[in-house]
Design a protein around this ligand. Sequence first.
Ligand code: AMP
Length: 282
Amino acid sequence: MLKIRSIKKMQLLLEVARQEKKRIGFVPTMGSLHEGHQSLLRKSKKDNDLSILSIFVNPKQFFANEDFALYPRDEKKDEILAKKEKVDIILYPSIKEMYPDGYKTYVDVEQLSNVLCGESRSGHFRGVATVVAKLLNIVCPDKLYLGQKDAQQAVIIKQMVNDLNFPSKIEVMPTVRENDGLAMSSRNSYLSMKHREEVPVLFKSLKLAKYKILKGETSAGQIIRQIRSNITQNTSGRIDYIECVNAETLQPLRTLTGRVLIAVAVWFGRARLIDNIILRIR
Ligand code: AMP
């Protein structure tokens, strides 16, 4: 497993790999790896000749009051897990090389970036789209692997890849969960013991919503109310949003029809947890 910090070096190396017609799979992350990341890495290794992992805590997607400084970083553990998943190259770009003094270019995916998480984290997806565009230009992968856990991010990156004619194909992999249903996330380490006991309610309430919909409920308002009361009655979490939206346009729905994304974001202490399910409704 190679560890590369220089962008130029990475580009030169991958140029050779492409000349040798190697298929390149790419998993961009912020590190602090867990089973969710590992499932993406496993797929990347299975589908490609070269599996590339990037680890970069991207300052442009955090804001002054957010957790950039506190975000968990553990290079040693990440390298052990990356080796286990047979990653060929880890790219660790530096902030200085990614955003040198005088940096001025950003990617803004309109509309999709301003809803759901974009409403309370204004500018967050501009940072995400910008860093993914840069990483795609550096790695030029055949395939890019993303997680459904960050459903809005996946929709935005798909749109960007399409709009800006990146040649990479995108595969979105299912959310990996703890045994009690909690979606794995690097930020779960922020949870207190009390909150950790409460948080499985998020996925439980999404599953209950799915059950009601399968039983015939078609009102988004009704489903949102049910999820809200489930969360408020069973946890001390502070709800940021609960929404039922079209899974492609991310526009809110009144009647549940087509591909529906039901997404929640809830604060537990300083951990803001997100979770979602996608349903296809006739
Ligand atoms: P992050 O390191 O949080 O930026 O995530 C890097 C990639 O891993 C993103 O595409 C995430 O959607 C994906 N990911 C994070 N958590 C999970 C999970 N629990 N299951 C599947 N994919 C995940």
